[in-house]
Design a protein around this ligand. Structure first.
Ligand code: BG6
Ligand code: MG
Length: 263
């Protein structure tokens, strides 16, 4: 080994040490910030149940909805893009179709609407049955696993009639104690009683549940019924929620830490 090699090794280990110091510094800041927010909503102290919206919270199905809706819109002579798709976020299938008809200034009878929404749904089902576990959004699976290890109850509340298919394709289904989907209600979300049903199914009082939502309408509905709400995403419209996160990646360490402190 010559002198040059020693210098390079020293530099490398110094660099590693500096990087580690910076990482530790930021980790502390991030954790402190999140901890203060968590304490605010008594994350693991009194929260017994965690209720999750599916589309846009656990998985991003928007590209599949967009692909199917824009294919249908094109058949109807309407052009839609990702910004139109954002407007459809959280709307039911029929409401989404009606929006597209409105954008195209089109009229359809009820029978035609049912036909077109079935056409869209068949394309959508074709895509979601081919979804894979890798499509679960970052941090979601480990957060859910940590919640289960901590003995918390978990539920999905979705207006989608295809929620179970998505949960099965992505292998998320075993991580939930209850699934409340669009097949169970005449009036799906944002009708607030869907959250109550979920809370009842997991045996938790609404005041002991936190609801994770990406749609402003879902946040408003849950909040109105006394649930603590966490808006998932960066949209300004989510500012009504009690708390906002951009994703689940940072939540697991805080949850683990708080849970250990309590038990
Ligand atoms: C919601 C989605 O979860 O489910 C909407 O955000 C969608 O975009 C709605 O329209 C209904 O879904 P589905 O699968 O029943 O057509
Ligand atoms: Mg959603």
């Amino acid at each position: 080994m010559n002198k040059g090699d020693i210098c390079t090794n020293v530099d490398k280990s110094q660099l590693k040490f500096r990087f580690f110091q910076i990482y530790r510094c930021y980790q502390f800041l991030i954790l402190s910030y999140l901890r203060s927010c968590m304490t605010d909503f008594r994350f693991s102290a009194s929260i017994q149940g965690l209720i999750f919206d599916l589309d846009g919270v656990l998985v991003d199905t928007r590209p599949y909805h967009l692909a199917a809706w824009s294919r249908l819109a094109a058949q109807l002579g309407v052009e839609i893009d990702a910004s139109h798709n954002e407007v459809l976020r959280g709307l039911s299938r029929m409401e989404s179709l009606e929006k597209i008809l409105e954008w195209g200034n089109l009229y359809c009878s009820e029978a035609e609407k049912l036909h077109w929404s079935d056409v869209k749904n068949n394309w959508y089902i074709d895509a979601i049955t081919r979804m894979s576990p890798e499509e679960v959004l970052p941090g979601v699976r480990s957060f859910l696993e940590t919640c289960k290890l901590a003995g918390k109850k978990t539920a999905v509340v979705s207006s989608s009639k295809n929620a179970r298919t998505v949960l099965q394709s992505t292998e998320l289904e075993p991580l939930f104690d209850a699934v409340v989907d669009g097949t169970m209600f005449k009036k799906p979300k944002p009708a607030p009683d869907v959250f109550w049903v979920a809370a009842e199914l997991i045996g938790c009082a609404p005041s002991a549940c936190v609801v994770f939502e990406d749609a402003p309408s879902g946040v408003a509905a849950a909040k109105k019924e006394g649930f603590w709400t966490v808006g998932v995403g960066i949209h300004r419209a989510l500012c009504e929620s009690n708390w906002r996160i951009s994703g689940f990646e940072q939540l697991t360490p805080v949850f683990e830490e708080q849970h250990c402190e309590i038990d």
